[in-house]
Write a protein that binds this ligand. Sequence first.
Ligand SMILES: Cc1cc2nc3c(=O)[nH]c(=O)nc-3n(C[C@H](O)[C@H](O)[C@H](O)COP(=O)(O)OP(=O)(O)OC[C@H]3O[C@@H](n4cnc5c(N)ncnc54)[C@H](O)[C@@H]3O)c2cc1C
Length: 403
Amino acid sequence: MLIVGGGLVGSTLAIALAQAGVDVVVIDTQDPRAGLDAGLDGRASAIALATQRVLAGLGIWPPLEAHAAPIKDIRVSEGRSPFFLHYDHREAGGQPFGFMVENRNLRKALFHRVGELNAIRFLAPAVVTALAREGAGVTADLSNGRKVKARLAVAADGRNSRTREGTGIRVTHWPYEQAAIVCSVAHELSHDFTAHEHFLAAGPFAILPLMGDPGRPGHCSSIVWTERADLAPTIMTLDEKDFMAELQRRFGDFLGDLEVIGPKWSYPLSLRFAERTIDKRLALVGDAAHAMHPIAGQGLNMGLRDVAALAEVVVDAKRLGLDIGDGTVLEGYQRWRRFDNTLMLAMTDGLNRLFSNHIRPLRLARDIGLAAVNKLPPLKKVFMRQAMGLVGDLPRLMRNQPL
Ligand SMILES: Cc1cc2nc3c(=O)[nH]c(=O)nc-3n(C[C@H](O)[C@H](O)[C@H](O)COP(=O)(O)OP(=O)(O)OC[C@H]3O[C@@H](n4cnc5c(N)ncnc54)[C@H](O)[C@@H]3O)c2cc1C
């Protein structure tokens, strides 16, 4: 198997397959060691409980566990409205909804696990200069003059996937007029492992619990501050004091004194959805197949669901002695993931449109909606299971079963 793109999704797929006895070559334009640097990506990801099970089943979780903050409660509110929605893990069986992991730590854990598996060859930095997909297999020409042959190629090269571009698969794409400003803050009071999603007119402002200093856990959070795309560059260039004042205005004072720690980043936001996730001897996974608004923290979760489903389909085909790159095998993957990914893209896009404005009738509808879900235990339970990633046709890895 050839995987183009060894990011969070591509590396996890390589580990899943290698652990099940499939030989894998991963090609990435970036040396994976660069991704371990704190300066590269300041994001932390909310991973749902079902996604955590994938990481646990693949041996990626142990080095992450001590740094992962359990999400025990989730509180959704908007503007100055007194209405809110509160998910309490005790109402959902006592398990956390998921965990906050810093991308840098996840990369470190993946890098470590990749190094343990002899069935993975990670070639980076390297570029695929030509990818021939023929009847019997695929051949990739690399920039360093090498050739890689495999039965199946996987595009895991992110939202601007060049591998996907080379196929003619059409992509639905629209930019959001928003950017996500990301930073970490230390705060005086403990977050008690509650994730806050606070809707403001420019977009959601999320305060997500991080473990922080192990000697004093609970006093550090990751901020994903959605802002108008035309304002974000100005905010990014504010001096420390003015940035802090803008941040504090949105954050409030419920966690006491605040301090920004480390650098801040800004990410442009857009939606991209490939019309197909398969082609001749090719499958798309992760952001290469579907890049969505981070409003519900679902992009990586969906990517790792792709991984669990594709790995299962491929491993089952291999066990039966079938050609893993055959169209019927790939159809099984596409059928499995299509509905879930379409639904999540529609949901994240719809939520962003519904909440990111000041329109009065919509504000009223939102308030009623939040309050109604909060007061309707059966409906709330459905949403809580959704937040845990426990709905739908789950692959074996998400049901705590081996591949
Ligand atoms: C602000 C923000 C917050 C987010 N928060 C969350 C969250 O809380 N929870 C969640 O589930 N998701 C979240 N997401 C989404 C999540 O970050 C992405 O869905 C996820 O990183 C996608 O991973 P990927 O491996 O598919 O793509 P990428 O992370 O883009 O990785 C692609 C890899 O391919 C490599 N590559 C690129 N081009 C080539 C090429 N031509 N050849 C070879 N290699 C190539 C790159 O070097 C990289 O290693 C967030 C996104 C944003 C912007």
